[in-house]
Design a protein around this ligand. Structure first.
Ligand code: NAP
Length: 339
């Protein structure tokens, strides 16, 4: 079968590989859609850790076509895959802190993933999808699950004002979730196309975070949220937007860092500012215990997911997508192995 393999840093190729075999408690999944994530590009460049050689693809949906001893899901079941596998035994797992597992490893990062015709997964990583769910929505459940984790941390309440910094799939999902929670949402991203999309999906206003006077436009006395927003969600993964989030949040407000900044990124922060303004600054990493909720939410129809899938490509085109820069206005590229 065909698989998109990260052979080494900066080396992605479409290869012919043996079909996967289901081990004890595992399923074989025929992939119907797999998303290309910014983290995949970071794995290719070495900015995000991975274990090559490995088949990429951690945002995966598919159909059960095989099962090893001890598995139970029937053939033909549609599933979404939670890629993050925790050991369930370490001190963090035993405390329910699964994303802090000392043995944490991930499908499409450390073991073969879904940018392929098929993959094998532990059955406990599979979440059943309703048959009626449009193709691609199951693959979007992985980023959605990460956003649910961030929303749980943020504690957004009806009537809150929320700024989301970053207009990629994470930012667009967070903006929709915050609106669903009853907040007035402002989305900050540089590209006009992404601001237009956010407005069409319900953002009350959008702003260019690169423009002069951004902080004043959001938190100034005649700004969108005079005195500052209740919650700022950093979803660009750059130092500049973290700094802006700290500047536009109100006293006793909450900043959640959802974006993955480069490890080397450094920001000038005044401890006095956090102390005296009583800011809550939280990190949000991965999707512990939120994948099932993401599936339920995707199936509920309460989110507008279709506009987030900008284009679909075949496996042949996937290496080029992974090695290149995202196109202007592009939110999510899905790889459809059957096309
Ligand atoms: P993405 O498509 O790259 O979106 C990030 C957006 O940030 C871009 O659309 C870009 O839009 C904006 N941006 C980039 N540089 C900026 C800057 N200097 N100032 C202002 N905006 C800037 O990525 P994504 O898939 O939405 O993911 C967003 C971040 O979340 C990434 O860092 C990713 O690694 C991380 N992530 C975290 C989790 C988690 O578990 N917490 C899960 C998945 C992803 P413009 O060009 O329009 O500004």
């Amino acid at each position: 079968m065909r698989a998109v393999r990260l052979r080494a840093l900066d080396a992605v190729e479409l290869e012919d590989v043996p079909e996967p075999i289901a081990g004890l408690g595992e399923l074989v999944i025929r992939v119907t859609a797999a998303g290309v994530c910014g983290s995949d590009r970071h794995m290719v460049s070495g900015d995000y850790p991975s274990t090559p050689p490995v088949t990429l693809g951690h945002e995966v949906e598919g159909v059960v076509v095989g099962g090893g001893p001890g598995s139970s899901l029937p053939m033909g079941t549609r599933v979404a895959i939670d890629p993050n596998i925790s050991c369930l035994q370490c001190r963090y797992c035993r405390a329910g802190l699964f994303s802090h597992c000392t043995q944490l490893h991930a499908i499409g990062v450390d073991r073969d993933g879904g940018l392929a015709e098929m993959l094998s997964v532990p059955e406990r990583q599979a979440y059943v999808l309703p048959a009626s769910l449009p193709t691609g929505f199951g693959a979007l459940c992985e980023p959605l699950a990460c956003c649910l984790r961030a929303m749980d941390h943020a504690g957004v309440k009806p009537g809150d004002s929320v700024v989301v910094l970053g207009g990629g799939v994470i930012g667009q999902l967070l903006a929709q979730l915050a609106r669903l929670a009853g907040a007035r949402v402002f989305l900050a991203t540089r590209q006009r196309e992404k601001r237009d999309l956010a407005e069409s999906l319900g953002a009350a206003a959008t702003v260019d975070p690169g423009a002069v006077g951004f902080v004043e436009a959001v938190a100034g006395l005649s700004g969108l949220a005079p005195g500052g927003v209740d919650v700022a969600l950093e979803a660009a993964g750059v130092a500049e937007t973290f700094a802006l989030a700290m500047d536009v949040v109100r006293r006793a407000g909450t900043v959640v860092v959802v974006g993955a900044a480069p490890k080397s990124a450094v920001v000038h922060v005044r401890p006095f500012d956090i102390f005296e303004r009583e800011l809550r600054v939280l990190g949000s990493h991965l999707n512990p215990l939120t994948h099932g909720r993401a599936v339920d939410l995707a199936a509920s129809g309460q989110l507008d997911l279709a506009p987030l899938i900008t284009r679909a490509v075949g496996l042949n085109e996937a290496p080029e997508v992974l090695m290149g820069e995202p196109k202007r206005g592009e939110i999510k590229v899905h790889v459809i192995p059957s096309s």
